[in-house]
Design a protein around this ligand. Structure first.
Ligand code: PEP
Ligand code: MG
Length: 896
């Protein structure tokens, strides 16, 4: 097995073996772009390293040495030479880009002797010393695990002593002092001398990069983005000749996106720093210049950069995120990868690239991540209301959207508070890769330093979290846990709002507005609509959410939970009154009043959804859920007794008595759904009548209403037959009352295991099925959702006993298999039976893909997730198309 590939031997399409970085460097080398000579150690070696108990394979270093010799020939420099030393960077890179999550070492090969050679050769001792101190710091931190603060303190002390602001102003004397202190830090930590031999350094660095694959931030990142082993298994290591952007004013380094990642505009976007190394741009230590300025400062370089961007986009058919360095006028490419953009950027570039004929519509849909659309479906600052909330400071808008939360400065504290459900805005001077767990837990990020390509900006954009960077007027005092702007002091724990779309920071909570669907977004949804096979419906219980669902493209309602209507303020009292009744007669009298209300609710919703199906589920929860809890009632009785309020005492005691009667040991499996309908038939009678009459009245008003009546918790066809009798009777009585034929269907949820297994019997009585995968998942796993999520599921996920929360993403092997049995059995009786899904999984992209394959008729999800489901359904159809194409291509020709 070949473990090391020189760039010209690599394969740009094999990211799994070479990592994204290695593949990109190989591809650019093949494209004829100037890439510093180097080689890539494959991800297979990383796996061997772990399989060997964290030891490098025995022959690896001899392979590495052969390839270093090749670099030496190409670069005309020698590793460890005192005259003309070769320095290299050692870079991580997995199949999937994980920006900043793993480690990289720069300037490797420097030691007390080679630094003199570098000084002579470059004719720039300051530059050589500066490179050396950078190397020692990074090597100490990454390879030996020394706390970075120790190095930063030395650097800050030196700047203070020399009275300079930025490190590029440090003189030779200061740098010499820093180098010697850095070495002392390393040697104190190690208890032995710093490794001077470049090969020894290289071996240690390769190991450290492999180790960083299992580092905390990389592991957290993979968990959050569901990067499983089949997507990316291990990191590759690329060893690249160092080129220097810090060799004077004709040298520069920069990071650019071929299109703007914030809004997708087709204009090169990014930043550069003259006389600096790449880490300065990314770390946000010095504020870089916008790339447009380069046209004036270094016009030849700018022209080369523009040409390179064009070439790479044409080649990859995808906007690129590139790193370049110019060493004394010579332009080198250090990296190219697909640009991570927010949802606005992704959508605009998808539409634009189709218009430019760079990609097809299918590709435009496939390159989008459905989950990312969520960013567009959330609120932004209400600019009118914001006028009453003066902004306290402005920074650089780095990732759009609004977020309100409490200020937290400490990274660990932010992570903990966020995980506990507190809305946190992480406020830092700058952020580092190890801060990423706090990003996940925060609703927004605010930094006082850095530009649009700083670490904070890149990571927040990737996550779609609002972010402001470079807010230089904000002075942070970590020790006193506060920041100062002008004359205002904001302490940790105070609420602020940040607007990542224009960089404004506000004190307190600023009102926000619902998002608008842009023209580009509509275009994408219309392409997806034409591509998908699955129907998309909404889970909506109010006319407002039904309207929103229509606007987002839902064609119908897959689940209207009627109990939500009973929970509304003006209904709850009546519903409780109904529960308190002791005779059927009393109950019917209260239900009569409730019917009027329900009928008008149903009419409203059916009107909004005219022309489309509206699936209305009859009452599902157990009755005691509508009463106050027993403990609360006991306390109320005690306090009323103290006040001697005899009237209220009596009524509260009655409610307490009823609550005790209705209490259940396991309500999830208790007296609910159809079981309530059978034991209190007057409740279902009322609801069925309300639906039938609403439909009949709308029909008279010439509104095209299509109600579907859905029975929950059915496990047995006899249960259903019992309700069907009631339904048939009421339906025909309403039909004769109004003199018309109703367009109503009768169906059931499939959320009880037995119902799935007897779906053929059940299909005979029903016109549709809808999988209630929330309850079905509980039943298949024997997990109670609330208990699972609050008690053991997090640990199950951490220990990888489960790879996904089955309540979020459908458990295809278990619950999915049961669904397939039910589908097959149901359709064996009625081949065209409408079968949908209305559990939470209906809005999860992977679950939607399963539903497409299982040939469901539709998925139903909350209004805000409709566009996500539409796109996921389109992608499922496209994937099926390409799988079919692949199969027909690989089919063996028949023998004659
Ligand atoms: C379900 O069980 O999937 C469902 C939609 O019903 P609910 O969540 O209301 O129990
Ligand atoms: Mg259910």
């Amino acid at each position: 097995m070949k473990s090391v590939y020189f760039f010209n031997e690599g394969d740009g399409s094999n990211k799994k073996l070479f990592g994204g970085k290695g593949a990109g460097l190989a591809e650019m080398t093949k494209l004829g772009l100037l890439v510093p000579p180097g080689f890539t150690i494959t991800t297979e070696v990383c796996n061997m390293y772990y399989a060997n108990g964290k030891k490098l394979p025995r022959n690896l270093m001899s392979e590495v040495k052969k390839n270093i010799a090749k670099i030496e020939r190409k670069a005309g420099k020698k590793f460890g030479s005192i005259e003309n030393p070769l320095l290299v960077s050692v870079r991580s890179g997995a199949a999937i880009s994980m920006p900043g999550m793993m480690d990289t070492i720069l300037n490797l090969g420097l030691n007390d002797k080679t630094v003199i050679g570098l000084a002579k050769k470059s004719n720039n001792p300051r530059f050589a010393l500066d490179s050396y101190r950078r190397f020692l710091q990074l090597f100490g931190k990454v390879v030996f695990g020394i706390d970075d603060k120790k190095f930063v303190q030395v650097l800050e002390k030196a700047k203070h002593a020399q009275t300079v602001q930025v490190d590029s102003d440090l003189n030779e004397e200061s740098l010499k002092q820093i180098v010697s202190e850095y070495k002392a830090i390393c040697e104190n930590h190690l208890g032995k001398p710093f490794p001077e031999d470049p090969y020894n350094q290289l071996e240690l660095a390769i190991e450290a990069v492999f180790r960083s694959w299992m580092g905390e931030r990389a592991v957290v990142y993979r968990e959050k983005y569901k990067i499983t082993k089949d997507i990316a298994n291990g990191t590759a290591v690329s060893v690249v000749t160092m080129v220097f952007g810090n060799m004077g004013n004709d040298s520069t380094t920069g990071v650019v996106f071929t299109r703007n990642p914030g809004d997708g505009t087709n204009k090169v976007f990014g930043e550069y720093l003259i006389n600096a190394q790449g880490e300065d741009v990314v770390a946000g230590i010095r504020t870089p210049q916008p790339i447009d300025n380069l046209a004036k400062e270094l016009p030849k370089t700018y022209a080369q950069l523009m040409k390179t961007c064009e070439k790479l986009e044409k080649h990859y058919k995808e906007p690129q995120d590139i790193e370049f360095t110019v060493e004394q006028g010579k332009f080198y490419m250090l990296q190219t990868r697909s640009a991570k953009m927010n949802a606005v950027g992704m959508i605009k570039t998808s539409v634009d690239m189709v218009k430019e004929k760079l990609i097809s519509k299918d590709r435009a849909l496939l390159r989008l991540q459905p989950e990312q659309l969520d960013q567009l479906l959330h609120k932004t600052i209400d600019t009118d209301a914001a006028k009453n909330h003066p902004s306290i400071v402005k920074g650089i808008a780095a990732s759009p959207g609004a977020a309100t939360g409490v200020v937290v400065f400490d990274v660990k504290k932010a992570a903990k508070m966020g995980e506990d459900g507190v809305k946190v805005i992480l406020v830092r001077e700058e952020t580092k890769p190890e801060d990423v767990p706090a990003f996940f837990a925060s609703v927004g990020i605010l930094t006082s330093r850095g530009g649009k390509t700083s670490h904070a900006a890149v990571v927040a954009r990737g996550m779609g979290k609002p972010c402001i960077v470079g807010c230089s007027d904000m002075k942070i005092d970590y020790a006193s846990k506060k920041f100062l702007v002008d004359t205002k002091t904001v302490f940790e724990g105070e609420v602020i709002t940040i607007d990542g779309s224009d960089g404004q920071v506000f004190l307190g909570e600023v009102p926000t507005v619902e998002p608008k669907i842009t023209d580009d977004f509509r275009t994408i949804l219309s392409w997806a609509e034409k591509t998908k096979r699955l129907g998309i419906r909404a889970n909506a219980d109010t006319p407002e959410s039904a309207k929103l669902a229509r606007e987002y493209g839902a064609k119908g309602i897959g689940l209207c939970r009627t109990e939500r209507m009973f929970n509304a303020r003006d209904r709850l009292g009546l519903f409780v009154e109904m529960i308190m009744t002791r005779t059927v007669g009393e109950r019917k009298a209260v239900l009569e009043k409730l019917m009027v209300l329900q009928k008008s609710d149903f009419k409203e919703i059916l009107k909004v959804m005219k022309g489309h199906h509206v699936t209305i589920r009859l009452l599902d929860p157990p009755l005691h859920e509508f009463l106050p809890n027993i403990e609360e009632l006991i306390n109320k009785v005690h306090s009323l007794e103290k006040q001697n309020d005899s009237n209220e005492i009596d009524s509260t005691k009655k409610i307490l008595e009823r609550a005790r009667e209705l209490a259940e040991i396991n309500p999830m499996m208790g007296h609910r759904g159809v079981r309530v309908g059978i034991t209190f038939p007057e409740i279902y009678e009322m609801q069925i009548r309300a639906i039938c009459e609403a439909a009949a009245e709308l029909s008279k008003e010439k509104v095209d209403a299509h109600a579907q009546i859905m029975i929950p918790q059915v496990g047995n066809v006899t249960e259903l037959n019992n309700i069907k009798k009631i339904y048939d009777k009421i339906k025909s009585s309403v039909e004769s009352k109004y003199g018309l034929k109703l367009k109503i269907n009768f169906g059931t949820m499939l959320e009880v295991v037995r119902a799935c297994l007897t779906a053929d019997e059940i299909a005979k009585v029903t016109e549709f099925f809808s999988f209630g995968t929330n309850d079905l998942t509980q039943a298949v796993f024997s997990f109670s959702r609330e208990d699972a999520e609050s008690k053991f599921l997090p640990e199950y996920l951490e220990k990888e006993i489960l790879t996904e929360n089955p309540f979020q993403s459908l458990d295809v092997n278990g619950v999915g298999s049961l669904m397939q049995i039910a589908i097959a059995r149901g359709r064996s009786v009625k081949p065209n039976l409408e079968i949908g899904i209305c559990g939470e999984h209906g809005g999860d992209p992977n679950s939607v893909k399963f539903c497409h394959k299982a040939r469901l008729s539709y998925v139903s999800t909350s209004s805000h997730r409709i566009p996500i489901a539409i796109l996921a359904a389109a992608q499922a159809a496209l994937l099926e198309k390409s799988e079919k194409k692949f199969k027909s291509k690989t089919k063996k020709p028949r023998r004659r």
